[in-house]
Design a protein around this ligand. Structure first.
Ligand code: ADP
Length: 482
């Protein structure tokens, strides 16, 4: 069942429930009110009857007079003769009795009616439903009254509630005919609204279905208002842009990586072919083998760097963070690079406090600084100096690697940390050949990644012809655990 239908059904079902409750409340409320009005009316009539009763004391033998059919034939209660001047409203039935149920004044409305005789003898006011002889449904009000020293009497007043039944019937008819129409209209309206709301989602689905990995440049480009669905489409487009970007980078990475591997492999093949061209002396073979060894070192370094970056992309970099002394770590790294510096006749200086406690992954930090210092040594001229300074600035560890080498042109600075980016390809290769690193332009991107996973960053400042400073910032409290 699709969302459109489900929404419409839910909507209609809830509306149906609300209407049912509402209709029941209206039906019950109206009926109750009409009966309250009827009851009040009956009570008023009773008051009027009792108020209009007149008693006068009559001495003598009434019964005899009555039986003789002459004389005073007024009804009487005890010793009192009763007189009533009361003209009932249209539709009001009434009678007057003594407390035993003997009629005093009875216009005969209730002859043959189904009235419980206990209503009269109960001695208290009482409402009840009954029917007249002609089947008219009535509401009957019985009220006792007392005439001082004369005795008790009872008034019964009734009125038909046929009109209330008629109102009930009409209301039921109205509800029975109206409700299905309302529900039908609401259902259609609900369907229309749900369709309107969901149509753009159908469009998104249709368009998205046509986008495959090969045409990630496509976008939905749906002109939708800036609502939930519009934002979904826009987010989808942004996601496509990110995916396309990631795909492009991946493709470029693979192309660059294979290109970088092809060069040393071609060199290897060339060296071997030259050597095999004709019989060679042992020294010549040795020379070839040394060249092969150097090229293999470069290849190994490249493969190792590629492997590291591939793991970085797959987020496989378990950081082993522990409290360590950054100054000590730098001393060790600088010591390890001293032979290389000596070889190039470069002075390598470390300016660091005795201790610089930090939380970090020592192996990864070492790799970061070695990459930077190694570059500084690589690109500096013999006789120059490379200085490494360390300290705490603004609650962060700051390590700067300063050289007085050739510097980097401002147009390169923005791209320096991109993979495979080299300022001068030939030069990088040449230098790399000499020191055994890959020279593929991966060193700085690896350093930037290592800083990033420590929640830090690298900044670079350079003046062509004067030198370059790489500054690493690291939080002392270590990376937030990833
Ligand atoms: P590579 O393996 O080529 O050294 P890097 O990513 O380490 O790759 O460096 C990228 C480029 O930045 C290098 O090709 C080099 O031209 C330039 N570079 C890096 N460090 C320095 C530096 N200290 N002085 C001058 N140029 C530098």
């Amino acid at each position: 069942m699709n969302i459109r239908l489900r929404l419409t059904l839910w909507y209609t079902a809830i509306l149906c429930l609300i209407l049912a409750i509402f209709s029941t409340a209206v039906y019950i409320g109206l009926t109750r009110n009409l009966f309250v009005i009827l009851d009040t009316h009956l009570q008023r009539e009773v008051s009027e009857i009792i108020g209009n009763l007149k008693f006068e004391h009559v001495a003598g033998e009434y019964e005899e007079d009555d039986e003789k059919g002459g004389g005073n034939n007024k009804p009487r209660l005890g010793q009192a003769g009763i007189e009533l001047s009361y003209t009932p409203e249209e539709g009001v039935f009434w009678r007057l009795m003594d407390e035993t149920g003997r009629p005093l004044i009875d216009p005969g409305y209730f002859d043959g009616a189904s009235i419980d005789p206990a209503a009269v003898t109960a001695g208290q006011t009482r409402f009840e439903y009954a029917t007249l002889a002609n089947d008219t449904p009535i509401k009957l009000y019985t009220a006792p009254f007392v005439i001082e020293q004369q005795g008790k009497g009872v008034v019964q007043v009734a009125e038909s509630y046929h009109h209330i039944q008629e109102v009930q019937r009409q209301l039921l008819l109205l509800l029975a005919l109206g409700l299905p129409f309302i529900l039908l209209a609401a259902g259609l309206g609900g369907w229309f609204l749900a369709s309107n709301a969901l149509n753009p989602i159908d469009r998104i689905t249709r368009e998205a279905r046509q986008i495959s990995a090969d045409d990630l440049h496509r976008r939905l480009n749906l002109k939708l208002p800036n609502d939930e669905v519009g934002r979904l489409a826009a987010t989808f487009d942004q996601m496509l842009a990110r995916l396309e970007d990631a795909f492009q980078r991946q493709k470029r990475f693979i192309a660059d990586a294979s290109h970088e591997m092809r060069t040393p492999l071609t060199i290897l093949k060339g060296d071997v072919e030259v050597a095999l061209n004709r019989p060679r002396s042992a020294d010549e073979y040795r020379e070839t083998l040394e060249m092969i060894n150097e090229t293999t070192d470069r290849l190994t370094a490249l493969v190792e760097e590629l492997f590291l970056l591939a793991r970085a992309d797959n987020q496989q970099f378990p950081l082993q963070v522990k409290q360590l002394d950054l100054a000590g770590l730098l001393r060790q790294d600088v010591n390890n690079l001293l032979p290389q510096a000596l070889e190039k006749k470069i002075t390598l200086i470390l300016n660091a406090p005795n201790e610089l406690p930090i939380k970090a992954d020592s192996a990864k930090l070492s790799r970061l600084f070695i990459n930077l210092v190694d570059n500084a040594l690589k690109y500096s001229n013999p006789g120059a100096a490379v200085t490494v300074t360390a300290g705490i600035v603004n609650d962060q560890a700051q390590v700067a690697v300063i050289d007085t080498g050739p510097g980097i042109g401002p147009e390169h600075l923005a791209h320096l940390f991109e993979r495979f980016y080299r300022v001068d390809k030939a030069r990088s290769h040449q230098i790399a050949d000499a020191d055994g690193s890959s020279g593929a332009g991966l060193g700085l991107s690896i350093a930037a990644w290592l800083a990033k996973i420590h929640n830090g960053r690298i900044e670079v400042e350079s003046q062509v012809g004067q030198g370059t400073t790489f500054t690493v910032w690291l939080p002392l409290s270590g990376p937030d655990q990833l």
